[in-house]
Write a protein that binds this ligand. Structure first.
Ligand code: AP5
Ligand code: MG
Length: 217
């Protein structure tokens, strides 16, 4: 499975990508998670990326693409067995660079799933989200509670609110999504890869809809 998930902040890309990656045994490649990991480790890349992420802006294309190139060159077999991309690409230059990279390693995308949701739905999901500091798994105060409050079910690390998960930053991220990221959808439509799924449904229903649109039900 070589899949890309596209959608507004908080639509559920991470939630669905983790499920599908576990089910199909392929890597979940999230540039947001990779940047947050670099920020936690206080690496030079993390220090650079933090400035943009904390404002709700996009990290520049060269920094972001460097991360992806490194990931695809070091994660053994990622391209052979497939991958689920979440949050990358999110500009047209990133999408074009990715096409060149995947062409080179003979692992073109098989589908691009676009998850749709309203702006109010985004704000509700983002402001209620708590994420594991260890594995990044997203929880929600209302929609996905951990067994033990404030603790990750999977790795038992604490759950925290992301620094960019405030309402004003979400509005800015939404604007970036509209202005910069949505432009990649017609690019992939022209390649016949786009499938649309209603992201406002419950998590299990979204998973079912993705599987159905990919012909896996
Ligand atoms: P990134 O981490 O990718 O953030 P995002 O795209 O804004 O998306 P989120 O992770 O906030 O949401 P999600 O769709 O994964 O939703 P989730 O499953 O968690 O990027 C962060 C920042 O890094 C960017 O703003 C940018 O600065 C930078 N960056 C990253 N990639 C970049 C790139 N390529 N280029 C430039 N800059 C880049 O779900 C959200 C909540 O809802 C959770 O609480 C979850 O439990 C809940 N939930 C999920 N699904 C459902 C459902 N169906 N029903 C009810 N609740 C649900
Ligand atoms: Mg995410």
């Amino acid at each position: 499975m070589r899949l890309l998930l596209v959608g507004a902040p908080g639509v559920g890309k991470g939630t669905q990508a983790k499920r599908l990656a576990a089910e199909f045994g392929v890597p979940h490649v999230s540039t947001g998670d990779m940047f947050r990991d670099a920020i936690r480790r206080d690496t030079p890349l993390g220090r650079q990326a933090r400035v943009y992420i904390d404002q709700g802006s996009l990290v520049p294309d060269d920094l972001t693409f460097g991360l992806i190139e490194e990931k695809f060159s070091t994660s053994a077999g990622a391209a052979d067995h497939g991958f689920i991309l979440d949050g990358f690409p999110r500009t047209l230059p990133q999408a074009k660079s990715l096409d060149v990279l995947l062409d080179k390693i003979k692992a073109p995308l098989e589908a691009v799933v676009v998850l749709d949701i309203s702006d109010d739905g985004v704000v509700e999901r983002i402001t209620g989200r708590r994420s594991c500091v260890g594995c990044g798994t997203p929880y929600h105060l209302r929609f996905r509670r951990p067994v033990q409050a404030g603790i990750c079910d999977i790795c038992q690390n604490p759950l925290v609110q992301r620094a960019d998960d405030t309402e004003d930053k979400v509005r800015r991220r939404l604007e970036k999504y509209r202005v910069e990221t949505q432009a990649i959808i017609p690019f992939y439509e022209a390649q016949g890869l786009v499938k649309r799924v209603d992201g406002s449904l419950a998590p299990d229903e979204v998973t079912r809809a993705i599987r159905a649109t990919l012909g896996m039900s």
